[in-house]
Design a protein around this ligand. Sequence first.
Ligand code: NAD
Length: 345
Amino acid sequence: MAKHTCLMIGGGGMAANWIRIFTNDFSDRIEIVGLADVNTDVLKTQGDALGLSTSQRFIDFNEACASVKADFCGIAIPPKFHNPAAIAAMENGMPVICEKPIADTWGAAKAMVRTAQKTGLPCAIIQNYRYADNKQELIRIRDEGRLGGLQYVVGRYGCDFRRYTAWGEWRHNMDFGLLIEGSVHHLDMLRFLSGGDCEILIGFGWNPEWSSFKHYSSGFYLMRMDNGVHSSYEGNSSAAGMEYCWNHEYYRAEFEQGTVEIAGGNQIVIHRVGSEMEVYAAPPVRYEHHHHLFDEFLNWLEGGEPSDTRIEDNIKSFVLVIAAMETTVDGQPKQIADYLSDLDL
Ligand SMILES: NC(=O)c1ccc[n+]([C@@H]2O[C@H](COP(=O)([O-])OP(=O)(O)OC[C@H]3O[C@@H](n4cnc5c(N)ncnc54)[C@H](O)[C@@H]3O)[C@@H](O)[C@H]2O)c1
């Protein structure tokens, strides 16, 4: 199989992680042939390391999309630039794999869905936390009915970001940083673990006096899914005691015949009334996190199944962030179907 050429938009932060994975672990399948980053130091360092000529380095991603004819475009820059970068890439004929969240606004996200549909090009969104040993094992417990039916799932996220810039400066300055940058992972995970799409979402958000964020750092949200499973979410970027920070988020699934708890690592804990607690290591998955998503996306480009987190599906997770923002503002329950009604999904 020939290598897939890639135009990479973003070179530092998470994008540096992508480039490291591409060059270390996917060098037989991916070749970066263009790089765009507004930071000229990043552009030079990464461009030199990748052996790119000056004509393959760009400050402006629009120019990059118009000049580089790559087999796909990878996008790992802040959310407000996802829409213009992804649309420019698809309009120039390139499939896209893009970091979460889809975009920074509902309108921007829907425009990306429509561009993917209009061009017919693959567009996948990163939801790396789904692809961990313990999450996949919980899905098997559910799907194989090992503990009977599933009643509800609880998700908890708490990070001690009380120091300004602890979570990257721009996240402390933006509106709804918790929801747009953080909860987008957790609401997607609750959708994934519950096995249903959300029908109704309601909740609250707030900013404690001592928060290092200009906007809400914390919130509680409840969802009823279309398969009858309920879920609750606790998000706290001002955590001062118990932390359930990145890769250590806590999920508890209440089944008919037992309760399953997962958090960091690959441990599965099962509680049953009248029995000893059962603790075991979840069987390893072949590829974890971003590796899984890159492999799945390349397989899609090669004629395989579309990515599970393709934009037409992931919009059903991103809409939960938008609904959570709106219920936070007006205190009203949000019917998710109302948001999706003008999309052809
Ligand atoms: N999946 C995950 O676990 C995870 C973790 C962290 C970040 N992210 C996501 O990755 C994306 C980037 O976040 P980050 O923390 O790496 O951000 P960042 O601020 O570190 O920026 C990443 C790079 O993008 C460049 N950049 C910024 N604006 C640009 C523009 N307009 N054009 C070209 N380059 C530009 C920056 O110079 C930097 O090199 C976000 O969508 C974020 O949500 C995902």
